[in-house]
Design a protein around this ligand. Structure first.
Ligand SMILES: *[C@@H]1O[C@H](CO)[C@@H](O)[C@H](O)[C@H]1NC(C)=O
Ligand SMILES: *[C@@H]1O[C@H](CO)[C@@H](O)[C@H](O)[C@H]1NC(C)=O
Ligand SMILES: *[C@@H]1O[C@H](CO)[C@@H](O)[C@H](O)[C@H]1NC(C)=O
Length: 237
């Protein structure tokens, strides 16, 4: 009996010593955390600790509040605030925050990412704007800036196009070259007949209009004289 009692005491002592040892060497298993000399069960992702475990009770957990998250099991008493994609950094949301996953940000349209951390964009810059005399040789994306290249000889661009337009070939149009083109501006030719074309077109349109009106009037008058008031009499019967 005494030996049985002794071995029980020894076992209890051993357990207490192991507990103390594990606390001293901080060796709670990875699914547990240390609180007040005990190894407590961690709360699952999406939750935080409400109260630590005791000798007699398990850890008590509660779900993360809106706007906070916990992405892995932990013994923390606070969930982490969700990242806000800051418009003033050129960012918008690519994935909304959930209780287990933080927000993922991406560049706004017209911006590209300059700083990525954990798959989320932290800062973005506006795409560069090509200058007159350049064309957009590579359209910007969320990850890459726009690339610009110079227009080659004989072409021009205002910087908003993906190509440069060739200068107007005045000579081959039998027109007089007034001002040669450069990389930003088209060549200018003398428009020999242009001054006459517009009045002629307007004259033609006016003539057609007048003829049309005359025809309408003639038809109207003819109808009135052919069937005077007959329509009205028929309707009354
Ligand atoms: C947005 O999320 C999708 C899906 O995770 C991903 O494929 C895409 O690259 C992300 N967009 C940006 C701009 O980061
Ligand atoms: C374009 O013009 C410049 C100056 O006139 C000349 O130096 C250059 O060789 C030309 N390039 C081509 C591709 O014709
Ligand atoms: C191109 O021509 C325009 C109009 O003549 C002029 O204003 C501009 O300065 C010229 N640009 C260059 C690079 O020569």
């Amino acid at each position: 009996m005494t030996s049985g009692g002794n071995s029980l005491t020894a076992a209890v002592l051993l357990i207490i010593m192991m507990k103390v040892f594990s606390v001293l060497t901080q060796s709670c298993p990875s699914t547990m955390y240390q609180a007040q000399g005990l190894c407590c069960q961690k709360c699952p992702a999406g939750n935080r600790v409400k109260t630590d475990c005791t000798e007699t009770a398990h850890t008590s957990c509660v779900a993360c509040e809106d706007g906070t998250h916990m992405d892995k099991p932990s013994g923390l008493k606070q969930c982490t605030h969700c990242t806000i994609c800051d418009l003033s950094f050129g960012l918008k949301e690519n994935r909304t925050c959930t209780s287990t996953l933080d927000t993922v940000c991406k560049p706004e349209d017209g911006f590209y990412c300059v700083d990525v951390a954990a798959g989320s964009c932290m800062a973005a810059h506006k795409h560069r704007q090509c200058q007159p005399g350049e064309y957009i040789s590579q359209t910007g994306t969320a990850f890459r800036d726009t690339e610009c290249s110079d227009c080659s000889n004989g072409t021009f661009s205002d910087g908003t196009l993906k190509f440069c337009r060739p200068h107007r070939p005045c000579e081959s149009l039998n027109l007089k070259l007034i001002r040669p083109g450069n990389a930003t501006t088209d060549a200018q030719c003398e428009e020999q007949d242009q001054d006459n074309v517009v009045p002629i077109i307007i004259g033609c349109l006016l003539t057609i209009l007048v003829i049309g009106i005359v025809i309408v009037i003639v038809i109207y008058v003819k109808r009135k004289t052919l069937c005077p008031k007959r329509g009205e009499n028929n309707r009354e019967q």
